[in-house]
Ligand binder design. Structure first.
Ligand code: ADP
Ligand code: MG
Length: 265
């Protein structure tokens, strides 16, 4: 059975999509069979992995509300991952799901039919705490929260943690909060580090290592339909490769999760 990881934060621009694509590519490069799921109607993950959402006949929308088989919608990507793509149709799924019994379990059921073909499934949640994100959190074994290292990064974190708690109480008792992943990190200033220490104290939330440095390579990569792992050696790719190794060691029971405190202190 695959390990299912949701990447969630209701704030936009914190590198959820970048994390799903880059971590997925890193896990794939390490020999794992990876499925990435685009749950955002904007389709940024789909686009950044080389597929134009406007040209797709079917998407995760048809799986969630149209009864289409998951395997019939999957696409291949250049870096070896499978993609369950999104299109703007998904914007209407939210309202349609609201009328379904067991609506929070729809994605979980849809993934069950393909899960055996993968080692890891990574879900890109939309920037909201609506029904789609609840589906992502209900389908997942663990959740990772990308956090941009800037002042006020913590706004909304409390609300997200309360949602994770509610999901645990109602639809997914085993959901594990892995922690925050620092993104757009600037190691030259102490500011990023102070923000992380503050978030970690305030919410008693583990901060995972390594932090992902700010580099222009991410924008260049997604515009070209590939991830930072595909190009020349760079710090962004190194960080996601290290995160992938960190998670795999943890999931196999070999080691504790490496956190920011142990790496920087
Ligand atoms: P979200 O999915 O949370 O809205 P994205 O992954 O789309 O966030 O990232 C928002 C923007 O930030 C994108 O333009 C992306 O290329 C850029 N970005 C993400 N991570 C980094 C990074 N480490 N350094 C520089 N730019 C980044
Ligand atoms: Mg996104």
């Amino acid at each position: 059975m695959a390990t299912v990881l949701a990447v969630a934060n209701q704030k936009g621009g914190v590198a959820k999509t970048t994390t799903v694509a880059s971590l997925g590519a890193a896990l794939s490069a390490l020999g794992r069979r990876v499925l990435v799921v685009d749950l955002d109607p904007q389709g940024c993950l789909t686009f950044s992995l080389g597929h134009n959402p406007d040209k797709l006949e079917q998407s995760v929308h048809d799986v969630l509300v149209g009864g289409v088989e998951t395997k019939d919608v999957l696409l291949d990507t250049a870096e070896g991952m499978s993609l369950l793509p999104a299109t703007i149709d998904l914007a209407g799924a939210e309202a349609m799901l609201l009328m379904k019994p067991g609506r929070e379990y729809t994605l979980k059921r849809a993934l069950a039919s393909v899960e055996d073909d993968y080692d890891v499934v990574v879900i890109d949640c939309p920037p909201s705490l609506g029904v789609l994100t609840l589906n992502g959190l209900t389908a997942a074994r663990s959740v990772l929260v990308p956090l941009q290292c800037e002042t006020l990064a913590h706004r909304g974190v409390g609300q997200l943690l309360r949602t994770v708690d509610e999901v645990r109480q109602i639809t997914n008792p085993d959901l594990e909060l892995l922690g925050a992943l620092p993104t757009l990190y600037d190691s030259r200033t102490t500011h990023s580090r102070d923000v992380l220490a503050d978030v970690s104290d305030r919410y008693d939330l583990p901060v995972l290592a390594p932090p992902v440095p700010r580099t222009v390579r991410f924008a260049e990569a997604s515009a070209s339909g590939a991830t930072v792992l595909a190009g020349r050696k760079n710090k962004g790719a190194e960080a996601y490769r290290a995160l992938a190794e960190n998670l795999l060691r943890y999931w196999s029971g070999e080691a504790e999760l490496e956190t920011f405190e142990t790496v920087v202190a």
